[in-house]
Every structure is written in C-alpha cells, then in structure tokens.
Design a binder for this molecule. Sequence first.
Ligand SMILES: [Zn+2]
Length: 171
Amino acid sequence: MQPGCEEHWDTMTHGFLECPVIRRVWEWVRALYVAVVNEAGPPLTVEVLLCGRTRPVWQARSLWVFFRGLTVGCIHQARVRALHSGQPLSAARIACCIVSALRSAIKQDWLAATRCSAVRALFGVPRSSHACLRSRFDRRWRPGGPLCSVAGAVMTVRLTPASPVPVPLGP
Ligand SMILES: [Zn+2]
C-alpha cells in the first residue's frame, strides 16, 4: 500500500487515475505527448483516460490512442504484480514499462510497414500502397522527433526512459 493511500484497490477511478502514484504516471505520459506533438496535452480526466474520449486531441489522435492504451495496460500489470507481491506501486517502474511497450510498438509498426512493402512488391501491388503504409508510420510516430528517426531503410528508436522526458523518480 502507498503511505496515505488506503483505498488503493477500491475503485477503478482510484486505481487507474486518482492514486497519487498513478497520477504521476499520467502526468509523465502527457509530458511525453507534449514533447512529441508540441501542442497542449489532453486533460487528465475520467472521460479521456478511462473512457477513451479523443475529441480534445485531434492533432495526433493515433499517437494518443497508443499512449493511453499502453499506459492502461502497464498500470494494470503493475497493479496485478503489486497485489500478488505486496510491494508498493512505483511510478518509475510503470513508466519504464510504458517506454518499453512504446519502443516495441514503434519497432513492430516499422517492421509491419517494411515487411508488407516487400511482400506487396513480390505480388505486384502498386507502389501507392507502400507509400500509404509508410505515411501511416510517419503520421503516428513522427520520425525526426523524439520518438524515432528514419535514415533510408533504417529506423532507430530514440525514446528511452531518460529521453525526451525522464521517467518519474521514486515511488
Ligand atoms: Zn492509491
């Protein structure tokens, strides 16, 4: 249990949003979004974080959907682990889990786009489809920004626990 946080497991709203540890995670996620998109981050409300409302985040909706989904998944994992181990939740650990999940998602998306391109080329699918997959990757992950870079056929993930926004320290 967190000190000063007795209802840790009582409600979804507390466990996934209002718990001070979890709140620090969402604040970090929002800072990460702002660092990538360079516009105001979404409000940290039940509607946006738990119900998945995307209306206030038109600019980079596809990116936010990933950020939100992976964050909810990592919070859930951390809660289950804490429940079984009896160890307190850690914002740093949850944020590292999100970084790791985002890095995998970027790599998988790149692989899917490039592998599909190769397969499509084999079957003579028009080049416009390649451009479409690649532009989806570009729209979502914004190469050249803090998440990743692309040089020719090589994609490098830039996101780490230290950059562009260091994960929250401590519990
Ligand atoms: Zn709590």
